[in-house]
Design a protein around this ligand. Structure first.
Ligand code: HEC
Ligand code: HEC
Length: 252
């Protein structure tokens, strides 16, 4: 296998092989041809090592296997992958993404911030996900289509699967701003309270979550609830001006 010869002494090559072995079954690497027949974006003379390095990068950036873009004729059989085929739409989408990324890096970024201003990669947007929407957008879209309960269930699923991976931001701010969008944007106070209850469950010590909940409960006319949430916020942060203001309002 020529790939072995060119990689033998280099550490990055070693790492590349190790990662490819994780992504593909061992004997399968040998099945990948040394010459390529359907390149429309890469230069025709691209080396196998560079091409496979980029392919590995695509796979990890999107959190997918090779077969997300390359059709496999027999399920589970690596040998049956037809690398050159363009049958899967994801492969064509990836070509569009390659062109987009290239234009951003060669034209749009330098025009915006000058040369040497860093660069965008697949992972910059994708963060290990096929669908690079932020958690906030995923939840808003889910709630819009299926309601708050399903949105909350989706949050729990994603948190279970992705917490700590960096693919999604699970900081309390995501739920407080989601609640804000529901309350202010859509006048859905009940939905906002449900989301904030989830926030309290996930991060019981987050002061902003309690303050926000208190404010929404005021809107709903739930005075006792609003006071309880403001008191909780003040207990966690005795300096909180917002909590004091809310409580002062009810003292009169
Ligand atoms: C996100 C989509 C995507 C993923 C995932 C992906 N590829 Fe590709 N692959 C492409 C695209 C697009 C091309 C064609 C590039 C071009 O037109 O220049 C390509 C081309 C190839 C080719 C050349 C085929 C030919 O003869 O023209 C090989 C071999 C290949 N990929 C192997 C892999 C391997 C191995 C993996 C998994 C480690 C992988 N690819 C993962 C999108 C992908
Ligand atoms: C500037 C941000 C950005 C960059 C950089 C980027 N993508 Fe994307 N990509 C997106 C967005 C946004 C979508 C979702 C489009 C949609 O379906 O709404 C997407 C969708 C895709 C899809 C289609 C997924 C599907 O489920 O149909 C593929 C494949 C893909 N990207 C591959 C890549 C590859 C490969 C790279 C690097 C060469 C890349 N992307 C770089 C933002 C980006």
């Amino acid at each position: 296998m020529t790939i072995n010869r060119s990689l033998r002494f280099s550490v990055p090559g070693w790492v590349l092989i190790a990662l490819l072995l994780v992504l593909c079954p061992v004997q399968a690497m040998a099945e990948i041809p040394d010459t390529f027949t359907n390149l429309k974006v890469f230069p025709q003379d691209i080396g196998k090592r560079q091409l496979l390095g980029t392919m590995r990068d695509f796979s990890t950036s999107l959190g997918v296997r090779c077969t997300f873009c390359h059709i496999q004729r027999e399920p589970g059989e690596f040998d049956s992958i037809d690398w050159a085929s363009d049958e899967l739409d994801h492969k064509e989408a990836a070509r569009g993404m390659m062109a987009m990324t290239r234009t951003i890096n060669s034209e749009l970024l330098p025009a915006a911030v000058g040369e040497g201003g860093g660069r965008v990669r697949c992972i910059t947007c994708h963060r290990g996900l096929e669908d690079p929407r932020t958690l906030n957008d995923v939840l808003l879209d889910t709630i819009e289509e299926n309601g708050v309960e399903i949105g909350i269930a989706r949050y729990r699923e994603l948190r279970e699967q992705y917490y700590g991976s960096g693919s999604y931001d699970f900081s309390p701010m995501v739920l407080t701003s989601l609640a804000e969008a529901l309350a202010q944007g859509q006048g859905d106070m009940d939905g906002a309270v449900q989301v904030l209850d989830l926030g309290v469950e996930m991060d019981p010590e987050d002061v902003t979550t309690h303050i926000m909940k208190s404010k929404v409960l005021i809107f709903k006319g739930d005075k006792d609830g609003a006071i309880a949430s403001a008191k909780k916020a003040l207990e966690l942060d005795p300096e909180s001006e917002q909590a004091r203001e809310i409580l002062a309002q009810f003292d009169k």
